[in-house]
Write a protein that binds this ligand. Structure first.
Ligand code: GTP
Length: 86
């Protein structure tokens, strides 16, 4: 998902909505504009993302060969499969 942030700063916009839409389409991504400051578009971004995940079984169905932790997994993730950022 591509999220164009800071839509509350319309006067400083650098990327048009159309440009964002076209870029997202080119790379087969969902596109949404939002503002972390005013929260506009934030809830819909999460809703659309979850909707997409639910509609794409390959993202969450159990796969013996996959690594990491997926919804529906009953085992705890291994240390090496945890988030490397936090
Ligand atoms: N007006 C406005 N400011 C925002 C928004 N989201 C983030 N900011 C501000 O942008 C600055 C950077 O925010 P960060 O959360 O640190 O984002 P970052 O990705 O680490 O950094 P940047 O690439 O500079 O955006 C902070 O001063 C935030 O308060 C938004 O939607 N609207």
């Amino acid at each position: 998902m591509l999220v164009g942030n800071k839509i509350d700063q319309e006067s400083s916009r650098m990327v048009s909505r159309d440009e964002g839409n076209k870029f997202a389409k080119k790379y087969s991504m969902l596109f949404i504009e939002a503002s972390a400051r005013t929260c506009e578009g934030v809830q819909i971004a999460f809703e659309e993302l979850v909707q997409k995940i639910i509609q794409t079984p390959g993202l969450w169905q159990n796969d013996q060969h996959s690594q990491g932790f997926r919804p529906g997994d009953t085992d705890k993730p291994t240390e090496s499969s945890g988030c490397t950022y936090c």
